[in-house]
Each structure stands twice: as structure tokens, then as C-alpha cells.
Design a protein around this ligand. Structure first.
Ligand SMILES: [Zn+2]
Length: 315
């Protein structure tokens, strides 16, 4: 019953891409070679006919095949090996370059949506950077560039709140990550734990500001000093271990910094929504996004659910 109502509401939200009228009717189906029959709509005001983009508009492969490939990639299978797997189990062939393009496309698409979500996280956030290496081109001649993966995690829910793959770890780069923490966790953050990198105090001060009434900063900056033998308590270091384990074999780490960033956005999605975290025996999103968790409770293929939800949210 509930499901039916949702479907109707979804249908009501549709409007004509030509004249924005909401006076829409279903009208026949479009037959596609690889994705079956797709519902066509017609506008009663201007008689424009259209199909709704479910996230796979004009893709020549099925949503199942595409999401399966993305999933395999983040579990550690190279794009070439994914392609070999597809060739065995799916009739229509796709190249390893297509697989690579799907990863970039859908990582970007989903993270546009997930970056806007408000999180139910704890009062502490840990921010750290790790050094990464990226081949400037698939031809090894051009050499390797040293980059940084800046990330932040809530130790309570293990949710990876915000991350960015950057050339440097300058104030600008750190601020990009830190300001997204503030935006996504709203006023929940009270303690920010970082290492001794000298740009943190300024970044934190600029993002959260100073409270004149209380005579102190709005968040407490907890600096851990590695040379004194202090360390992060484990959540962020465990996260770095999984990033390291994954990027070590990642062949996608060549070419532009933008594609490397997109691949890491996909990793963020994989880490938060797809894999169970051993420490909490759940996916981090189940704790940090309880409303979304209710919607996706029954869904096995959460890559697909996220793509559909992202598309619906952007309509
Ligand atoms: Zn119209």
C-alpha cells in the first residue's frame, strides 16, 4: 500500500522537460537493445514525448551490469579483470575503458547527492591526510606525482564525513574538507582532532569561528603530537589502512587529478554505504543517516538504490 502511494507521488512530481507542465500521461514504451522496455511519457499541454532519466539514460548496458562492475572495482578487482568477468557472464561486451568511465560517472553522480545530506554524527571528528601517488599518464614515462587524500571521520558512527583528493595539503585544500564537515554535521561538532600540520588551527578558526560571548572558539582543537608518542585513536588510521589496501592495486590512478578525485568519491560511497564496518557490524550510513537507512533497508544492491534516489532528488 505504502509502496503504491510512493509511486504515485513520484509520478506526480514529473514535469514536461519542454514546457514544465505537470499534466503528464504515460504513453507507450521505448524498446532498447540492452535495457529492455522503458516507459515513455507525453505532455498533455504541448504533446512533447519523453522518457525519464533513471540515471541510466542512453547507457548501452543494464543497470545491473554497470552497478556490478562498480562494486567489483571497489572490492579490489581491476577494470581489466572486471571486463574479463563481464565477458563471461554477460552477452553484450564492454571494454575496460567503459568500466572505468562508469566508475567515474556514477561516483560523481552519487556524491553530488550524498554531499548534501545532513548527518547524525557524534561530537568529535578526526581529520587527517595521507600521501598518495598518482601516475600522470598510463605511459609510465611521464612519472609519478605525489598527492594527498584529506579525509575526516566520525569515530562514533565511522562515517567518512568529507574527503578530497588534492595536489597539496595547503590551507585551501584542508578548508575544503573542513568546511564540508561543518555543513554536513551542522552544529554537532565540538571537538576536531588533527595532527600537527600547521594549517589546521587557521582552517578550524576560519570555518567554525570564535565565540565572543564565551571567549573561546566554537570547537575545541585537539592536536595529537606524533613525536611525543601520541596517536590518533584508531578509527581514522583503520580507514587509512583500507584506503592504502585499495589504492595500492588501483590501476585507475593514472591520468588527471579530477578522475583520481572522482574515484576516491566512489571509495567514500563504498566505505559509507556498501561495506559492513567490522567494529560497528553495520554500514556507517545506518548510524549516521537513519532516515535513508529506513528507505534502503530492504535493498540489496545499494549502488543502484543510491543512483535511483540521486536521480529522483534532482528531478
Ligand atoms: Zn509540455
Amino acid at each position: 500500500m505504502k509502496c503504491k502511494r510512493n509511486k504515485q507521488e513520484k509520478y506526480k512530481k514529473l514535469s514536461c522537460p519542454n514546457c514544465s507542465s505537470e499534466n503528464i500521461i504515460k504513453r507507450g514504451v521505448r524498446k532498447t537493445e540492452n535495457r529492455g522496455e522503458i516507459q515513455r511519457f507525453s505532455c498533455k499541454d504541448c504533446s512533447y514525448r519523453f522518457v525519464v532519466d533513471d540515471g541510466f539514460y542512453r547507457m548501452r548496458n543494464t543497470p545491473q551490469k554497470i552497478s556490478q562492475s562498480i562494486d567489483l572495482f571497489y572490492r579490489g578487482v581491476s577494470t581489466r579483470k572486471v571486463q574479463e568477468h563481464l565477458a563471461i557472464f554477460h552477452p553484450h561486451n564492454a571494454s575496460n575503458v567503459s568500466v572505468y568511465k562508469w566508475i567515474i560517472k556514477y561516483s560523481k553522480m552519487i556524491s553530488k547527492f550524498t554531499d548534501r545530506l545532513k548527518l547524525d554524527v557524534g561530537m568529535e571528528v578526526q581529520v587527517d591526510e595521507m600521501e598518495c601517488h598518482r601516475r600522470k599518464s598510463h605511459k609510465s614515462r611521464k612519472g609519478v606525482e605525489k598527492n594527498w587524500f584529506i579525509d575526516s571521520i566520525c569515530p562514533e558512527t565511522r562515517f567518512l564525513i568529507s574527503s578530497e583528493y588534492c595536489r597539496t595539503r595547503s590551507l585551501r585544500d584542508i578548508k575544503a574538507v573542513v568546511s564540508r564537515i561543518k555543513q554536513k554535521s551542522e552544529d554537532k561538532t565540538k571537538i576536531v582532532t588533527t595532527d600537527g600540520l600547521n594549517v589546521y588551527p587557521r582552517a578550524i578558526k576560519q570555518v567554525w569561528g570564535y565565540n565572543n560571548k564565551l571567549g573561546r572558539h566554537n570547537v575545541m582543537h585537539n592536536k595529537v603530537n606524533a613525536s611525543k608518542g601520541e596517536g590518533f585513536n584508531h578509527p581514522i588510521e583503520r580507514l587509512h589502512n583500507s584506503v592504502r589496501a585499495r589504492t595500492k592495486v588501483m590501476r585507475g590512478f593514472h591520468g588527471s587529478i579530477h578522475s583520481a578525485n572522482a574515484i576516491m568519491k566512489g571509495f567514500e560511497i563504498y566505505y559509507n554505504f556498501i561495506t559492513k564496518h567490522q567494529a560497528i557490524k553495520k554500514c556507517p550510513y545506518e548510524l549516521a543517516l537513519p532516515e535513508l537507512a529506513k528507505i534502503m533497508k530492504e535493498d540489496k544492491n545499494r549502488w543502484l538504490s543510491l543512483i535511483k534516489i540521486t536521480k529522483e532528488a534532482s528531478l
